[in-house]
Design a protein around this ligand. Structure first.
Ligand SMILES: C[S@@+](CC[C@H](N)C(=O)[O-])C[C@H]1O[C@@H](n2cnc3c(N)ncnc32)[C@H](O)[C@@H]1O
Ligand code: SF4
Length: 345
């Protein structure tokens, strides 16, 4: 099987171009064609015939196939079920805001972290996604918008909040970010990319060293260790206090921020004591809290609290002066909301 062209960062491509003696302009031309212009046809006449023949012979330019598209009737969220080359499936979500979109990318087929509240976790880890498969999710979603919602093909934010733990597939995610950031290609601003993690500390350390400027979201979900152990099993190996202490030591740049995600689960972590303890833990940090009312899925053991409880929880956090947002539930009618993604559509 040929390697995918979409696995190559700008530097990888430069090295190949140089090694084979092609003109230096081949690298920016290919990035411009496939990523800035987002064309999915061969770039005849733009690069020399030998260079074109070489890339067509040795690289695969195919993108993941869209198996099914689910469009929310409620709020225009779009969920794609992609079929990958080996038959595995993953989901990607486009979340609309004012005719622009955030894209929620998957980084793994399934996930090894086995969080108790997550549909993806139930699948276990099937495999890591390649860089090309992550770039492919973006390109196909963009092309779908261009064809089906012309004029709306504006994807402004990239969040690694789909299936999988991105820091557990660090190398491939890092390369995908490099391609998104490349000024000759997608040219996405670094502050527009967010990596969400359940608190996988070895990956967090690499994120800090190797992904300067990329935003972080930490899935916190309970300030109490016993409850967090129940929700997120890796809390036993990398306890929250160690993770928070590590994040506190990081020198963030001015535009970078850390979001603490907190799923509100009915009668489990949605009471005033939970809110007080969370506020005490995060007060004084330069942090945002994103409250996510639990999204149920077939067979889930937890329930979503009512909006009054959610508002009461937020009111307690407000007393600590921590900027807190209640994340609107989008796409839940097509199981496209946080934690509802699965490889079976
Ligand atoms: C699916 S995860 C992927 C990123 C990473 N693995 C993580 O856990 O942060 C993205 C976000 O969805 C949240 N999530 C998972 N299951 C959920 C559910 N059933 N309802 C609401 N949010 C959920 C996670 O806690 C996390 O904040
Ligand atoms: S919440 Fe994130 S880390 Fe936990 S199982 Fe789901 S995808 Fe994996």
């Amino acid at each position: 099987m040929k390697p995918s062209f979409y696995d190559l960062t700008y530097t990888d491509l430069e090295t190949i171009v140089e090694r084979h003696g092609f003109n230096n302009s081949v690298t920016p031309t290919l990035f411009n064609w496939f990523y800035k212009k987002k064309r999915n046809s061969p770039c005849h006449n733009l690069i020399s015939k030998p260079a074109l023949a070489f890339f067509e012979r040795y690289y695969d330019f195919s993108l993941p196939e869209i198996d099914t598209v689910y469009e929310s009737e409620k709020d225009r969220t779009v969920k794609f079920l992609f079929k990958l080359n080996d038959g595995q499936k993953v989901e990607t979500v486009l979340i609309p805001f004012n005719n622009k979109y955030s894209i929620c990318l998957s980084s793994q087929v399934g996930c090894a972290m086995n969080c108790a509240f997550c549909f993806t976790g139930e699948q276990g880890l099937k495999r890591n996604l390649t860089t090309g498969e992550m770039i492919g999710q973006f390109l196909k979603a963009w092309q779908w918008l261009a064809e089906n919602r012309p004029g709306e093909e504006r994807i402004l934010n990239i969040v690694f909040m789909g299936q999988g733990e991105p820091l557990h597939n660090f190398d491939a995610v890092k390369k995908a970010c490099e391609i998104f950031l490349s000024q000759f290609g997608f040219s996405v601003g670094v502050q527009k990319i967010t990596i969400s993690t359940a608190g996988y500390l070895p990956g967090l350390k690499r994120w800090n060293r190797e992904m300067p400027g990329v935003n972080l979201a930490l899935s916190l979900h309970s300030p109490f260790s016993e409850k967090r152990d129940e929700l997120i099993p890796i809390n036993r190996k990398y306890p929250l206090d160690e993770v928070l202490a590590y994040i506190d030591r990081i020198a963030l740049n001015k535009k970078q921020f850390v979001t603490y995600e907190y799923i509100l689960i009915k009668d489990f972590n949605d009471g005033p004591l939970d809110a007080e303890k969370l506020g005490t833990l995060l007060a004084g940090k330069s942090a945002y809290i994103s409250l996510i009312p639990f999204n149920p899925f077939p067979g889930s053991r937890y329930r979503r609290p009512d909006m009054q409880t959610v508002e009461r929880f937020k009111a307690v956090l407000d007393t600590f002066r921590i900027p807190t947002l209640i994340r609107g539930v989008k796409g839940d009618d097509v199981l496209a909301a946080c934690g509802q993604l699965n490889s079976n559509g």
